[in-house]
Design a protein. Structure first.
Length: 226
């Protein structure tokens, strides 16, 4: 059957700075560090829940589109010279939380709002306290055909003595037209990811992970990444 629905993606992003995560110094025992990281993760999750703004929750004509992070683009790891080593990390990022809501009635378009929690890191080879992280948002149909895609830049500033910041990004105007009232949000997916190179995507697929500041002397108050 020939697909007649051709949605158009309209996006408006508003950036709000999130509080910095609790800082950790290196050199502690493995057990103490693991417990501290677990406590920091619980604290981060609680803060994310507290920061999420209320999103639309009307009685819709059907379900909302499914919003998720594309696995290959869920992390951003920029390496000096392409070396897969912790000492070669320039900047890193990870999408750690999503919250979404939508509204539509009759044959009107689907209006979707999404909040994204980013964890952004500055590695040993970084030369600046600021970095703009590229990311994208795409709408696909059930056959995974990309119907629309837009790119954004997420600016980050790392205060002195900190190598990690948490930032919440709100996408407040995603509009998906529908051919008629019988087309529900379940016909669409909204994918989010960093704009990564083929090498970064392969790194993510391999599941490689390491600390941003591993293998280097950490400044006092440096934050540990996951």
């Amino acid at each position: 059957m020939r697909r007649q629905l051709v949605p158009v993606l309209a996006l408006a992003a508003a950036l709000t700075a999130a509080p910095l995560t609790q800082a950790f110094a290196q050199g502690r025992s493995g057990g103490d560090e693991a417990r501290e990281e677990d406590a920091a993760k619980r604290k981060k999750d609680a803060e994310w829940e507290d920061r999420k703004a209320p999103l639309p929750s009307l009685r819709n004509a059907g379900p909302c589109p499914f919003v998720k992070v594309l696995y290959d683009a869920g992390r951003y790891v920029e390496l000096e010279g392409g070396r897969a080593a912790s000492s070669a990390v320039i900047y890193s990022g990870e999408i750690q939380g999503l919250s979404a809501g939508c509204r539509y009635e009759g044959a009107e378009p689907i209006h979707l709002e999404v909040e994204v929690l980013f964890s952004l890191g500055k590695g040993p080879r970084a030369s600046s306290q600021t970095k703009t992280f590229p990311y994208w948002v795409a709408v696909t149909d059930r056959n995974r055909s990309v119907l629309a895609k837009e790119y954004f830049g997420l600016p980050a500033k790392f205060p002195d003595g900190q190598d990690r910041v948490m930032v919440t990004q709100r996408l407040s105007a995603i509009t998906i037209p529908r051919a008629n009232k019988d087309v529900s949000g379940s016909n669409f997916e909204v994918l989010i990811g960093f704009d990564v190179t083929p090498e970064m995507a392969e790194f993510n697929r391999d599941g490689k992970r390491f600390r941003v500041n591993a293998g280097s002397a950490a400044p006092s108050g440096a934050a540990a990444t996951q």
